[in-house]
Design a protein around this ligand. Structure first.
Ligand SMILES: C[S@@+](CC[C@H](N)C(=O)[O-])C[C@H]1O[C@@H](n2cnc3c(N)ncnc32)[C@H](O)[C@@H]1O
Length: 261
């Protein structure tokens, strides 16, 4: 009896969580197709634009669950790649905010390493306000900038280290292409572009489950497994050497690309 009550409570909780996740991600894309919205942000989930939803949803456990509990490993890798790029005096850009503690960890490493300039940009003002609060302890040591990853208001070759953490899979394909070329344009010769993203899993069962998940919740993500694979895109542009580390049966990747020319 107690067992079935616990099982029922768990099912209700799990079902409610899935429904909430659907509404704030895919639900937003469906609604945005009907409600007039600026063309450059019709792809943005409500969970990133509404301040109440941002505050409610920015919980590390939730983000970690979406990333199959690989979040800490991915963040650790990103931070170690930033440190490896020798930070002192360098110009750093994080193109788009992210939930969890990736921003505080990255900014802490940058401040300690003596970065010359730290900028965090995002398309959505509320995300930047929220980021500012999360980074309160580093007040005055970073800049927040409202900017679209597909047309960045920065000069060519002005960024030494550019971090893009799980943004590409949320962009429509045409925007992915523009965001890759903007990231390439901004990076200084010898500079690093660090990309954390989904990757095509090695196991067929994981590809099947991943395919179902993306089809239901994140329809722009599947092309990250093929045409918009970061290494494929950057090497296709020429002038980049890429190193890739994959995680959890190949489900995730951190790519560190160095601009050679
Ligand atoms: C980086 S992705 C989410 C990553 C992951 N789900 C997480 O939170 O860890 C979400 C961010 O991308 C931003 N974003 C979406 N489209 C963008 C664009 N074209 N340019 C800049 N930022 C964008 C959203 O406003 C949001 O803050």
């Amino acid at each position: 009896m107690t067992g079935s009550i616990v099982a029922m409570a768990f099912s209700v909780l799990f079902g409610t969580g899935l429904l909430y996740f659907f509404l704030v991600t895919r639900g937003a894309l469906i609604a945005n197709a009907f409600v007039p919205r600026a063309q450059d942000r019709f792809h943005v989930y409500w969970v990133y634009s509404n301040m109440r939803l941002i505050k409610f949803s920015d919980r590390k456990t939730w983000v970690a669950a979406v990333l199959l509990f690989q979040y800490d490993r991915l963040v650790d890798k990103v931070v170690s790649e930033i440190r490896r790029a020798s930070i002192n005096g360098k110009t750093f850009l994080m193109t788009s905010c992210a939930f969890g503690d990736v921003m505080p960890k990255v900014v802490k490493a940058l401040v300690r390493g003596g970065a010359g300039h730290i900028c965090i940009s995002d398309l959505i003002g509320n995300e930047l306000i929220h980021a500012g609060k999360k980074l309160n302890e580093f007040h005055g040591k970073f800049e927040l900038a409202e900017a679209d990853a597909t047309c960045m208001p920065k000069d060519d070759g002005t960024v030494d280290i550019n971090l893009i953490f799980f943004l590409f899979h949320e962009l429509p394909d045409e925007s992915k292409k523009l965001a890759f070329s903007e990231a390439a344009r901004l990076t200084a010769p010898g500079g690093k572009l660090i990309i954390a993203e989904f990757h095509r899993p090695r196991k067929r069962i994981m590809r099947f489950l991943g395919c179902m998940y993306f089809t239901v919740f994140e329809p722009f993500a599947l092309s990250m497994w093929g045409q918009y694979d970061p290494v494929h895109c950057l090497e296709g542009m020429g002038g980049w050497t890429c190193e890739r580390a994959t995680y959890f049966f190949g489900n995730f990747q951190v790519v560190t690309a160095t601009k050679t020319a």
